[in-house]
Design a protein around this ligand. Structure first.
Ligand code: NAP
Length: 346
């Protein structure tokens, strides 16, 4: 496709879904909600899985099923490949896509090591293709509005951020959530969200420290991280494979408190300003909703799909909302924090 055709704002972008697991199904359903996007094809290690996925897909596009990832990336109707395999396989699968001339939206974390993340970014540049980590928190309209307004000073000066994410993983030891060979662990699967949330709201951490409960198989089953950020704000962040987290976040500032439900894809965020009450002491005022400038598409995966489309139509090779440098900073933070608690990946 020529650069001019690339930038045609009216063209439809064909998505190729690589893998047929849980997240692939959810994201494909939200591709269907985005104007100018359609699922052109799906690829699986097993033809029957691809066929079942294509049959269940209820949206625009042919959704041609392929029994291999190689066949998927070779389909000329596929312009961007959504890599939805376990983390440890992302680099191999992104490489397949780049070598076939496709752009890539890669599930988080992009890889399990910094070296592999750097290699993925280098491959995207070498092939002159678009690459974005599927960090949907960063493309969510409410998180974007919250970060913009916090940085602009609307909520005062932040002193403390807390964010927690986790659920009880009740799965077979071979499941990607428990198998170290597939990149299992609370930090890479869930801790990436609190760390990213803090990064978006407070900037790049100046210092991080962690403590963890490491399983017999060598993965972090539970991890707690503290961080110090520019300006002196502090953060506490937890991720867990063994407990039912509230999934909430809050930011306490010198003028009030921000509360975010389901912070990695918020359903609600509120700002409660504090002011002097009748006795002269600070008291909470009426909570105000924090709203995005754009509607949330689906549960928010639609917004990341829309962002990829916007970038491709503008000829960009990375998204300003999830730039490569940010992805690499977060990978470096996770690798360092994990090493400090004795967790490393091959
Ligand atoms: N953005 C989000 O909210 C979100 C949520 C959940 C997960 N994720 C990320 O998405 C990725 C996939 O997560 P998931 O929950 O969808 O995992 P999953 O249900 O286990 O699915 C992973 C899929 O990858 C493919 N695969 C290829 N090689 C595999 C191997 N050796 N072992 C297992 N599966 C293999 C399989 O598809 P085929 O059999 O069709 O080839 C499998 O169905 C992870 O990196 C995860 O961090 C993101």
């Amino acid at each position: 496709m020529s650069a001019d055709e690339d930038r045609d704002p009216a063209r439809t972008i064909g998505w190729g879904i690589l893998a047929t697991g849980k997240i692939a199904r959810k994201v494909a359903a939200e591709v269907a909600l985005v104007p100018g996007a359609e699922v052109a094809a799906v690829g699986s290690r097993a033809a029957a899985s691809a066929e079942a996925f294509a049959a269940a897909y209820d949206g625009p596009g042919a959704c041609t099923p392929y029994g291999s990832y190689e066949a998927l990336v070779a389909d000329p109707a596929v312009e961007v490949v959504y890599v939805a395999s376990p983390h440890a396989l992302h680099l191999e699968h992104a490489r397949l896509a780049f070598e076939a001339g496709k752009h890539v939206l890669c599930e988080k974390p992009v890889t399990v090591t910094v070296a592999d993340a750097e290699a993925m970014v280098a491959l995207a540049r070498e092939h002159d293709r678009f690459l974005m980590e599927a960090m949907w928190t960063a493309t969510h309209p409410v998180v974007r509005a919250l970060a913009r307004d916090l940085w602009a000073g609307r909520f005062g000066t932040p002193s403390h951020l807390h964010a927690e994410l986790g659920f009880v993983v009740d799965a077979d030891p071979t499941d990607r959530l428990l198998d170290p060979a597939l990149g299992a662990g609370a930090m890479l699967d869930m801790g990436i969200y609190p760390l990213t949330f803090a990064h978006l709201l407070l900037g790049e951490a100046e210092q991080l420290a962690a403590t963890a409960r490491v399983s017999a198989t060598g993965i972090d089953a539970d991890i707690a991280v503290t961080g110090r950020y520019p300006g002196g704000a502090l953060a506490t962040m937890t991720a867990s494979l063994t407990s039912h987290s509230s999934r909430q976040a809050f930011v306490a500032t010198d003028s009030g408190r921000i509360e975010v439900d389901d912070f990695h894809h918020p359903t609600r965020a509120t700002w409660t300003p504090y002011a002097a009450g009748p006795d002269g002491r600070p008291a909470p005022g009426a909570p105000e909703p924090i709203e995005g400038d754009e509607p949330v598409i689906g549960t928010g995966y639609g917004n990341e799909v829309a962002e990829v489309g916007r970038c491709l139509r503008e000829g960009l090779r990375e998204s300003p909302l999830v730039p490569h440098a940010q992805t690499l900073v977060l990978m470096r933070q996770m690798e360092a924090v994990l090493a400090s608690v004795g967790v490393t990946y091959a």
